[in-house]
Structure formats: structure tokens, C-alpha cells
Design a protein around this ligand. Structure first.
Ligand SMILES: *Cc1c(COP(=O)(O)O)cnc(C)c1O
Length: 396
């Protein structure tokens, strides 16, 4: 079987998703209205700790399902009245969608470096920049001194499903009155030091894209406890329609998740715990098997909090070893899919001019990362084949 292709990260779909999809077809509820959307929102809000009784059928329950994680982030910022002339604090080492969502809201990202021990935003750097590079104007608005832009929010990214340093971020959010909009794209299923993940931010946004911890085909969700803002987000992402007629009270968005997507999402939720357990086991196996390989190090796993271990792999430390692109190419020849990882946002064409602090660690580490197969259905035999192949490549 050694010539089997081993993909990097593929969805784990079984008959349950098909049965739910069949129900959508039989009932003709295929679009944004339907029982699976309601169920999916309730269940995700409950497991995030943000659920509340909706105040009407048009009201939110603490979770609002969207067509993508990017849309969930955009709508969270819209709900916080973030727009033109605003900056949102965000790590540079993230998937570009975090920054794109800020631009979709007409604001700009203010980019920061990440910590080596979690790959999440460097809160010391953020604290220093807030202290030294912002001021309160005559109206008391917090402004980035150099650009004059308002500093409007903090967007920590839960990189690889690992929550950021939330005590520090919550303290900064209180000191400077900044809402926290968490990009938790791959972090569904994790808690933070025993507290539900939705407790850590005003708004927490998930992605259910095909390669995330659970998938709905494509999709996302914003969860949060502020009923008024959540109701407003639900309204504006549903074309801002005032029922029952075609009255719309602002420029709305057609951003809601479909019942077909939610049908897949609901079936996936039943297996969320199994998926996270599988991902964590895959990570532990790679880490222990590579522990004695010289010149590489494991992905960070801060021991004071959990992680969904969305992706697994290793970091090349020794310049004399084959480098990530070479390693990936060689694994590819053995029908093993491996990839390099996110290029920092400030190195991307659309963000060359956005405000940023020095990001030496992001610029260095991204070039040294190899991500390895980590689908939840990866078998021990397949993983052993990946491990053997990596060890051979690094030994030659
Ligand atoms: C996947 C991802 C997103 C975007 O989610 P989509 O559903 O693809 O729009 C945002 N941020 C991070 C960190 C991601 O990994």
C-alpha cells in the first residue's frame, strides 16, 4: 500500500452528512432558512458558552451562521461600528483572511509580531505600542499617533487552534476600551484554561471551510453574548430586511449560511470531540517520533492551555538541513502531501503599506515551517510512512 497518496488535510465525511443533506432535498429547505441552520447556531453557541434565548424569531441566540469565516469576522466588526479611518490590531502571522476581513469593513490592520511559544500575537509588543504610539484626542478617542486613525479593536488569532494570551488581551481591552474580535477559525472544540472559548472575547469567529476542524463545506459563525449587537449582526447579514415586506433599513449583506451547509455542519458537530482527539493524537505522535531528530523542533504547544492542533508538522532549525520547500517536494515524490505555511500579512502585496510594528519572528519562522498530513482519518500506518519519509529526507 506504500504508493497510496496521503493528503495534507481532507474533510472526514460519512453517511450522517448524506442523510442530513437528503432531508434538505426532501423538505426543499436548501437555502438560508431551515431547521439545520437553527440547530447549528444553537449547538455552536452552547458549546462556546454564548447561548441565550432569542427575543424573537429574527433575533440571535448567541451564534450567527455565515457563508464563511471571513464573513463572520467582517460582520463582527460591522456590529462594533468599525469602518473607514479605523485600525484593528492583528498579528501579521495569520491567514490573509484575518486582514481581508478588516479591509472588507473599510478599516486597516495594524500588524504585530507573534510569540515563539504559541505563534499568537505578542501582547508585550501590543501593550508597548498602545502606550507609546497612541494618544487620546480632544474627544477622548484613542488614535494611532502616526496615521491619526482611530484604534478600534483587537483581533487575536487562535493560531492552529491555540488560544492567544487572553488574560493579557482582556486586560488591554479593558484599559483601552477596545472590543476583542477573536479569529478562532480553527479553534472550535477548545476551551481556555477551563473556561468556554466564547468567554474570552466579545465576538469569536469560526470557519467551517473544508480543511478546518469541522466543515460545513464552506461557512463560518460569529458567537457572542451581546444580544443587541448580535441581533444587529443577524439583521445586517440577512440583507437588513425589516419583515414582512421588502423594507431594508441599511446597506445589508447576503452573508448567511445555507441549510445545506448547516446540514453538513450539524452532522460534523456530533464528531467534534473525536476529531479534536484525533488531531491531538496525530500531533503527539509526530512530536514524540521527531523528538530525537537533530535540527528540527515541534510546533509550539503552550502547556497552560489546550489546542485543537489543527495542523501538525515541524520547524526546520538547522540551515544545513534540506529546507521546507525541498522537503515538501521530496515528500510529494513519495505521494505524501506536505506544505509550507502562511506568509506574514505585511509581506503580501495588498498590505505592503498597512501600519505595522517590527515582525522579526514572523518573518523568520514562516520560512522554516513544514505542515504534514493531519486529516482526522489518517491511519497509524500512514502516519508511520510519513514519519519514515521525513526522517530519511532529513538524514540525507
Ligand atoms: C480559514 C481561516 C480564515 C477564513 O475562513 P474562511 O471560512 O475560509 O473565510 C480566517 N482566519 C484564519 C486564521 C483561518 O485559518
Amino acid at each position: 500500500m506504500s504508493d497510496d497518496f496521503i493528503p495534507l488535510a481532507i474533510p472526514n465525511i460519512t453517511e450522517a452528512e448524506g442523510a442530513n443533506l437528503q432531508k434538505c432535498i426532501e423538505t426543499t429547505f436548501v437555502s438560508t432558512v431551515g431547521e439545520f441552520v437553527v440547530e447549528f447556531e444553537e449547538r455552536v453557541a452552547k458549546l462556546s458558552g454564548t447561548y441565550f434565548e432569542p427575543d424573537s424569531t429574527l433575533g440571535s441566540c448567541g451564534g450567527i451562521a455565515m457563508g464563511a469565516g471571513t464573513m463572520a469576522l467582517h460582520m463582527a466588526m460591522h456590529g462594533c461600528n468599525i469602518g473607514q479611518g479605523d485600525l484593528v490590531i492583528c498579528p501579521s502571522f495569520t491567514f490573509i483572511a484575518s486582514a481581508n476581513s478588516i479591509r472588507h469593513a473599510n478599516a486597516r490592520p495594524w500588524l504585530f509580531d507573534v510569540n515563539p511559544d504559541s505563534w499568537t500575537i505578542d501582547t508585550k509588543q501590543v501593550a508597548e505600542a498602545l502606550r507609546n504610539k497612541t494618544h487620546r484626542d480632544a474627544e477622548g478617542v484613542l488614535r494611532h499617533t502616526k496615521s491619526g486613525d482611530r484604534v478600534a479593536a483587537i483581533m487575536p488569532v487562535y493560531t492552529l487552534g491555540t488560544p492567544a494570551d487572553m488574560e493579557e488581551i482582556i486586560a488591554l481591552s479593558e484599559e483601552y476600551s477596545l472590543p476583542i474580535i477573536a479569529d478562532a477559525a480553527a479553534a472550535i472544540g477548545v476551551d481556555y484554561k477551563g473556561k468556554p472559548i466564547g468567554d474570552m472575547a466579545d465576538f469569536t469567529c469560526y470557519s467551517f471551510n473544508g480543511n478546518k476542524t469541522i466543515t460545513s463545506g464552506g461557512g463560518g459563525m460569529v458567537v457572542g453574548r451581546n444580544r443587541e449587537i448580535m441581533n444587529r449582526i443577524k439583521h445586517v447579514s440577512t440583507t437588513a430586511r425589516v419583515w414582512p415586506n421588502y423594507d431594508h433599513d441599511e446597506v445589508g449583506y447576503n452573508y448567511r449560511m445555507t441549510n445545506i451547509e448547516a446540514a453538513v455542519g450539524c452532522a460534523q458537530l456530533d464528531r467534534l470531540e473525536d476529531f479534536v482527539t484525533a488531531k491531538q493524537k496525530i500531533r503527539r505522535t509526530y512530536d514524540s517520533e521527531f523528538a530525537d531528530v537533530k535540527g528540527i523542533s515541534p510546533f509550539p504547544y503552550p502547556d497552560d492551555r489546550g489546542s485543537t492542533c489543527w495542523f501538525s508538522g515541524f520547524v526546520v532549525e538547522d540551515k544545513n538541513l534540506p529546507q521546507p520547500e525541498q522537503i515538501c517536494a521530496k515528500l510529494g515524490h513519495q505521494r505524501i502531501q506536505a506544505r509550507i505555511f502562511w506568509k506574514p500579512v505585511h509581506m503580501q502585496v495588498p498590505y505592503a503599506d498597512t501600519p505595522m510594528e517590527a515582525c522579526p519572528y514572523s518573518e523568520d519562522v514562516y520560512k522554516r515551517i513544514v505542515t504534514l498530513p493531519c486529516s482526522t482519518q489518517l491511519t497509524p500506518e500512514q502516519q508511520a510512512r510519513v514519519i519514515r519519509a521525513v526522517k530519511e529526507i532529513l538524514a540525507t
